[in-house]
Design a binder for this molecule. Structure first.
Ligand SMILES: Nc1ncnc2c1ncn2[C@@H]1O[C@H](COP(=O)(O)OP(=O)(O)O)[C@@H](O)[C@H]1O
Ligand SMILES: [Mg+2]
Length: 376
């Protein structure tokens, strides 16, 4: 029996989802699936939605509550009863319904934040949980923040000896004062290049730039998302491979999943795995496991674990790679809260590795319950 701090028999799990990011609806869909997959005989589940305005509300765990409807993706109920982690005990959830006296809901044993992007995957909400002294699933403050910021992510990967595509950093201020110098450094990388905001995701703000004439527009687009922009040499002819990593149990080393591949449908008109290919028209096909030589898969799995450990990740991560035509495997990025619907790559990688969706959710909750609060 897993111990509980709320005095009840079953540990209480607060599933937190929705949020202010553009991935609100996807997060709600994921929450519906995760809540259905949790073993309710073993865990007491409290669904907490964050509205698009940022209010925390007590949500429903009714089956089908977060299904896709004719109206589109589900959203968190904007009129739900407000819920907060009480500041005095930290872990206590308090509900305030309109016109009623706020009442405690009891202590939370573990939070499962199913949020992607800013305010979810970037260390900010993790900081709130650290302050509250409540356990939570996934990477801590620093690993989340570094994973979200491609500039620092690349520095940490380089320090760990991982090979990456050459790139430069272009701050908005530099771009304003010395554009010719930036253009020269980009030319030294060699066209085509990829221009990307340092802290975005879902391919937001990313452009593939074929020649110098198109550079300015791409940098301006990326700067709309982030004053820090990266310009990276294109991995020409590379195949995109992805690998899931899970923290080991009881201090065991992290484990890597089988390797998957995202293949662009050549007839789709996409020149890279952009937002539309990812979420709108299915222009990318996922292959699990990837059809690659055993030595390549082995290299990907090894590097995925090096990347996970380099950032000091906890719980889970998905690490993405370029397999170059010359045979080299280069790391592209890490996601500390990867897409998590049952059809997303991360759960598919683990299902193919022998861990089905309910078992994966259970493993993540147990890992988080096992860890201590504070410095680890
Ligand atoms: N250097 C590169 N060479 C080739 N393709 C790239 C490069 N950088 C990004 N891409 C393409 O753009 C997609 C999104 O870039 P990525 O860095 O993974 O950002 P995000 O965090 O938004 O997923 C990748 O999956 C790939 O298709
Ligand atoms: Mg990516």
């Amino acid at each position: 029996m897993i111990s509980s701090q709320n005095g009840a028999e079953r540990p209480r799990v607060a599933v937190v989802f929705g949020g202010r990011s553009s991935e609100h609806g996807v997060s709600c869909l994921t929450a519906g699936e995760v809540i259905a997959a949790i073993d309710h005989d073993r865990f007491d589940v409290v669904p907490i939605g964050i509205t698009t305005e940022g209010r925390w509300v007590l949500e429903s765990s009714r089956p089908g509550r977060f299904a896709i409807t004719a109206g589109g993706l589900p959203v968190v109920d904007p009129d739900g009863a407000a819920v907060a982690l009480a500041s005095d005990s930290g872990r206590e959830l308090v509900v305030s319904e309109p016109g009623a006296v706020p009442h405690p809901l009891g202590e939370v044993d573990v939070v499962l934040p199913l949020l992607h992007g800013p305010w979810g995957e970037d260390g900010t909400i993790q900081g709130l949980f650290e302050l509250a002294g409540v356990r939570y699933v996934g990477a801590g403050v620093l690993a989340s923040a570094v994973g979200m910021d491609k500039h620092f992510m690349k520095l940490v990967f380089a320090a760990a000896g991982l090979a990456q595509m050459p790139h430069i950093l272009v701050r908005a201020q530099q771009w304003q004062v010395d554009r010719p110098a930036v253009r020269e450094r980009v030319a030294a990388l060699g066209y085509p290049v990829f221009v990307k905001p340092a802290r975005a995701g879902s391919s937001f703000g990313i452009s593939r730039v074929e020649d110098p004439e198109a550079l300015d527009a791409a940098v301006e687009v990326a700067h709309q998302y982030d004053p820090k922009v990266l310009v990276e040499a294109a991995a020409l002819g590379a195949r995109e491979l992805e690998c899931g990593v899970l923290q080991g149990r009881d201090g065991a080393p992290p484990e890597a999943s089988v390797v998957g591949e995202i293949e662009l449908d050549n007839s789709s008109g996409h020149t890279f795995y952009d937002f539309v290919a990812k979420y709108v028209d299915g222009g990318g096909v996922a292959r699990v496991p990837a059809d690659v030589p055993g030595a390549v898969a082995q290299d990907v799995r090894r590097q995925a674990i090096v990347a996970f450990e380099a950032l000091g990740c906890e719980g889970l991560a998905r690490v993405d790679f370029f397999w170059m035509p010359g045979g080299q495997v280069l790391v592209n990025e890490i996601n500390t809260m990867p897409g998590f619907t049952p059809t997303s790559m991360f759960p598919a990688l683990w299902a193919a590795s022998g861990l089905d969706y309910p078992a994966l959710v259970d493993r993540l909750l147990c890992l988080a319950l096992d860890r201590s609060t504070g410095l680890r």
